[in-house]
Design a protein around this ligand. Sequence first.
Ligand SMILES: Nc1ncnc2c1ncn2[C@@H]1O[C@H](COP(=O)(O)OP(=O)(O)O)[C@@H](O)[C@H]1O
Ligand SMILES: [Mg+2]
Length: 423
Amino acid sequence: MNTENTAAAIPAQHDNTLLVSVPRINIGVFCDNQQTGQIIQAASIDRRMSKAHTTIQLGGIVAAAQVYQSEPTPNVVIVESHGDRAQIMAELGHFAEVCQPTTKVIVIGHINDVILYRELIKNGVSEYLVAPVSALQIVETVANLFSDPKAVPLGRIVAFVGSKGGVGSSTIAHNVAWAISQRLNTETVITDLDLPFGTSALNFNQDGGGGIFEALAQPDRVDSTLVDRLMTKLGNKLSLLNGPSGIDREMSFDAHAIETVLNVVRHSAPMIAVDVPNVWAPWVKYTLLNADDVIITATPELPSLRNAKNLVDMLKAGRPHDRLPRLVLNQVGVPKRPEIPAADFGKAIGLEPSIIIPHDPQSFGLAQGNGQMLFEVAAKSKSAEVMMDLATMIAGTQQKAAKAAKFDLAGFMQKLPLMKKKS
Ligand SMILES: Nc1ncnc2c1ncn2[C@@H]1O[C@H](COP(=O)(O)OP(=O)(O)O)[C@@H](O)[C@H]1O
Ligand SMILES: [Mg+2]
């Protein structure tokens, strides 16, 4: 038994693997101390748990056994105990008498004890966590109870947004998606949410497409067959889902439509690059808050800085358990233009640029004119080099996530707190 260094068994806060959202379930929590209560409170407002209804009380397993004598147990019960192995087993014995068979039980204990872990699992407990737990660990544990191990792995949704119009966000989204699919061999779907003015088809020298409008207009009829039919193939391992790129129709939709469509799209490929237009609407906010990664492109000017800061602040507040967004500083070095130096820009918005792309009108202009990627017309340019770096950074996270998913499947023995501690 070892109560020291238990933190080593707990996953790092920002190393998120892809989690399914927890459905509209009820969760009853009985903590044994205030601190755990606060952590679970933080978990309950995480974006992936926001649909579930969580009630948190003090009193541990004993209180849970009492409360559920007179009411049915919810879908999930999380109980905490400061007891030793014998005490936890005895208290759970009482709780088991009132617990419905369909209720999933998570136990938080304060001892890192493999024998206890095995005994609990044998007795139908879904998971045993060693305190102190992190909010993300709670989200992950609850989400895993509802993810189907046989389901196709989820694709990573990477949202690209500009700090103002024309900063190059779409161009970067398309190039990075191209690089991930062609150079890093990962099946990628570009989802262009700029329905009337999107440039994705133009940038790939395509006409037609436009199907995402059909999906967003009838979100409840969207399934993977429909999404597959609406996609345009751009090449080996690269597809496009875009709008009609015209203004002849009314095109308004809500966050629910985006949620439904993206949830289907993310089953079709491991990488989804979402080109988010520079407008502000509830569905835009939803898309950014719920993406797995957000890439903010900004130019080194004051309006761009102000808007980028607002976006970063909003994302930090709304996604406290997620990785920070990445900043791309683009069009740096426009002749004669006074610019904010990259270091000052990063300091002002609280986020260092991940890459800096020079102002390169010749290469970007040629690519746009030809309907080709920058990698095709200026493969050796600095811009191509740094955009490849960004693609690798984004895909690197993806590959790490895929590895983590495999590791989970390898068997629950690997999940033992003591085993994990060694790695
Ligand atoms: N680093 C750069 N140097 C020169 N031109 C660029 C650069 N990045 C993007 N552009 C050009 O800027 C224009 C606007 O890009 P776009 O991707 O449509 O911006 P956004 O999606 O942010 O509105 C395009 O013509 C594009 O080719
Ligand atoms: Mg754009």
